[in-house]
Write a protein of this length. Structure first.
Length: 249
C-alpha cells in the first residue's frame, strides 16, 4: 500500500502545476537512457499513455478477489501494468481464499483506475511502461551490478529495436528547444515546427529508462556513464558538465 500511496502523492503534487503535461514515474533503481531534453521531447511527442490499461487475457486474474467488487469496480476493470488496491491483499497464506497470495499493489492501481474511467482508448496497447528490464524468471527483474554498467550496455538497450533512431531523435530534440546560448530563436526551424510535417520520433517500444541498478554502483554510474558521457557517446548530460574523457581522473 505504501507504493500506491506514494504514487498518489506524487501525482497530486504534479497536478498542482498546470504546465505539467506528461508524467514518468521512476524508482531509485531506474537509470535514464537519454539526456533530459530528449526524454522530454519523446514524452511530449507521444499522444498515448504507456501505462497499459488495455484489456488482456493475461493480467494475473488470480490476484483478483471478489471482495474488491463494488458498484464502480468490476472484474472487467482489472488490469496489470509495470507498476493497486491492497486492502484485501495479505502477505503469504490467505486463509479466506485457502491459498498463498501475491500482492504487488502498485502494478494494478493505475491501469485499473484508468479502466474504471473508460480511458483504454488513451493507451498504447503494444507497449508497457518506459523502463527496459531483463527478466530471467522470478518476480523481479535482474539487478545490474557495477561491472555490468558500461556504455555498451546502454547503447545496446537504446537500439534494441529498429524503430529507435536514437541519434536522429537527439538531434531533433536539441533543435526543438531554446537554450541559454540561443538569444534568438531559429525562426526557420521554429516556424517549420508549426507546419503539417512529420518529424520522426522513436517508437513507444523504445525504452526511456532501464532497471534495476544496484545501489553500490551509484558512484560508478555517475563517473563512467554521466561525467564521461560526451566521450563515450551516450550524451546523458550537457557537454559543459562532461569530463574530457577517460584520462580526466
Amino acid at each position: 500500500m505504501r507504493l500506491v500511496y506514494a504514487a498518489r502523492l506524487l501525482m497530486h503534487e504534479a497536478f498542482k502545476d498546470p504546465a505539467n503535461q506528461r508524467f514518468l514515474l521512476v524508482s531509485e533503481s531506474d537509470l535514464p537512457l537519454f539526456d533530459p531534453v530528449t526524454m522530454h521531447y519523446q514524452a511530449i511527442s507521444e499522444s498515448l499513455s504507456r501505462i497499459s490499461a488495455c484489456p488482456s487475457s493475461s493480467v494475473d486474474r488470480y490476484r483478483w478477489n471478489k471482495r474488491l467488487k463494488s458498484a464502480v469496480l468490476k472484474t472487467s476493470h482489472w488490469r496489470k501494468a509495470s507498476q493497486w488496491f491492497e486492502k484485501y491483499c495479505y502477505p503469504g497464506y490467505d486463509p479466506s481464499v485457502h491459498r498463498t497470495r501475491s500482492c504487488y499493489g502498485d502494478e494494478h492501481y493505475m491501469p485499473t483506475l484508468l479502466a474504471v474511467h473508460g480511458l483504454q482508448q488513451s493507451e498504447n496497447c503494444d507497449v508497457r511502461g518506459v523502463a527496459a528490464a531483463e527478466w530471467r524468471g522470478g518476480a523481479h527483474p535482474v539487478t545490474y551490478k557495477t561491472a555490468d554498467l558500461e556504455p555498451d550496455l546502454i547503447h545496446q538497450i537504446r537500439t534494441k529495436y529498429d524503430q529507435c533512431p536514437v541519434e536522429e531523435t537527439r538531434a531533433i530534440a536539441r533543435r526543438a528547444y531554446l537554450t541559454y546560448e540561443r538569444d534568438e530563436p531559429d525562426r526557420e526551424w521554429d516556424c517549420g515546427l508549426l507546419a503539417p510535417q512529420y518529424y520522426p520520433i522513436m517508437d513507444p517500444l523504445c525504452s526511456l529508462t532501464m532497471r534495476k541498478v544496484s545501489n553500490e554502483s551509484a558512484s560508478h554510474v555517475a563517473e563512467t556513464l554521466f561525467r564521461r558521457s560526451c566521450a563515450n557517446g551516450l550524451g546523458l548530460i550537457a557537454p559543459a558538465l562532461c569530463d574530457a574523457g577517460p584520462e580526466a581522473d
